[in-house]
Design a protein around this ligand. Structure first.
Ligand SMILES: Cc1ncc(COP(=O)(O)O)c(C=O)c1O
Length: 365
């Protein structure tokens, strides 16, 4: 391996009682484990000082490049505890590859895949007691990297970076059952344009999305649906989810997900579902769909279900679409059968209930 991660875990980890109480809280992104991993990069020296250390604040110079020019990327993935007690991470190699594609787009150094995987293995293994058990529960892993060079010059990318990995227990996203969400078709703002950073998982994309998300909430919606940045006509993705459209029903059901045009995030759940659908004998393809085709498809009954997919919530059914021109409903307030079947098939693979045909699970020692 390129570099060994030095293990200096917390000498004061949470007591069993405290930890179990925190794990029982559920929710997402508020509670973190005892430790974290940090790895530094310096131009000319490469990656160095890889350490697993107690979770805690980082100290940054006020002139650190990330605070001014936003050079930051991140990933999101999960580790699960299977029924037999084995802890696994789901497709971490796919996240490593996307992390490095994001790094390349943001003129940041790539992190060798073996080091990305070693960081995950080290943290999940050390903090293994934090991995929750049970339906829909997981340890959410957040790798990220940002520019730490001191100086306000904007002519070149930072020469120094900090990679970090933190983790926290995540409850089931849909406590009390999967419920369809209402979405807002965002026509005032765009998330990304071709040639921009839409394909990269960089913080700036999310900063640029909060205003539209706030507008969606004002309209009584849960999430934003993004349209293409050029014609504002073609459906791209939803909040932090990719989208799937179900055409037909029963034996004749087939799936379509918007093609990766350069402005969508290439979701790992999206990619996994293309393969899971094929395994289930449901034809699935990449394509395009305009808002008008979506509305007409619902009206004619050709489109029977629509769902979002992403690491956090896995599969989220859409129940209603709102826009400045009015609204239309999808289904009758309950998740559709194809949506539920696909969701369960993926969860079964992640939790070891179904065979891991595609070798997506990485065992944590
Ligand atoms: C904008 C966006 N689209 C799609 C996704 C789904 O990607 P994944 O399935 O890799 O979580 C995410 C979440 O990471 C996202 O932030």
């Amino acid at each position: 391996m390129t570099l060994t991660i030095e293990l200096k875990p917390s000498s004061t980890p949470k007591s069993t009682e405290e930890r179990e109480a925190l794990k029982a809280v559920g929710g997402f992104g508020q509670i973190f484990t005892d430790n974290m991993v940090t790895i530094r990069y310096t131009e000319g020296r490469g990656w160095h000082d890889a350490v697993l250390e107690p979770y805690g604040p980082v100290s940054l110079d006020p002139a650190a490049s990330v605070l001014h020019y936003g050079q930051e990327i991140f990933e999101g993935l999960k580790a699960f505890k299977a029924a037999d007690g084995q802890i696994v991470s789901f497709r971490p190699d796919a996240n490593a590859a996307r992390f490095n594609r994001s790094a390349a787009r943001m003129a940041m150094p790539e992190l060798p895949e073996d080091l990305f995987l070693a960081a995950i293995d080290a943290l999940v293994s050390t903090d293994r007691e934090w991995v929750p058990e049970g339906e829909g529960r997981s340890l959410y892993l957040r790798p990220f990297m940002f520019a730490t060079q001191v100086g306000l010059g904007v002519n070149s990318p930072s020469a120094e970076y900090l990679f970090m990995l933190i983790a926290g227990p995540a409850g089931s996203y849909f406590a009390g059952g999967v419920k369809p969400v209402t979405v807002w078709l965002c026509e005032d703002y765009v998330r990304a344009v071709k040639g921009g950073t839409g394909e990269a998982k960089c913080g700036g994309n999310y900063a640029a999305s909060f205003l539209a998300q706030a507008q969606a909430v004002e309209q009584g919606c849960d999430q934003v649906v993004w349209l293409d940045g050029f014609e504002h006509k073609y459906v791209e993705e939803m909040g932090s989810n990719n989208l799937y459209f179900v055409y037909g029903e029963g034996e004749n059901a087939r799936l379509m997900t918007p093609a990766l045009t350069g402005s969508l995030l290439p979701g790992i759940t999206r990619d996994s579902l293309l393969k899971v659908a094929a395994d289930l004998g449901i034809p699935a393809e990449e394509g395009t769909i305009s808002v008008e085709q979506w509305r007409q498809g619902i009206e004619s009954g050709e489109i029977t279900e629509v769902f979002g997919c992403g690491t956090a919530a896995v599969v989220t059914p859409l129940g209603k679409v709102k826009s400045k021109d009015g609204e239309f409903a999808i289904g009758h307030g309950e998740p559709g059968p194809v949506t539920l079947r696909i969701r369960e098939a993926l969860l079964d693979i992640q939790t070891g209930k179904a065979a891991d045909l595609h070798h997506w699970l990485r065992k944590i020692a």
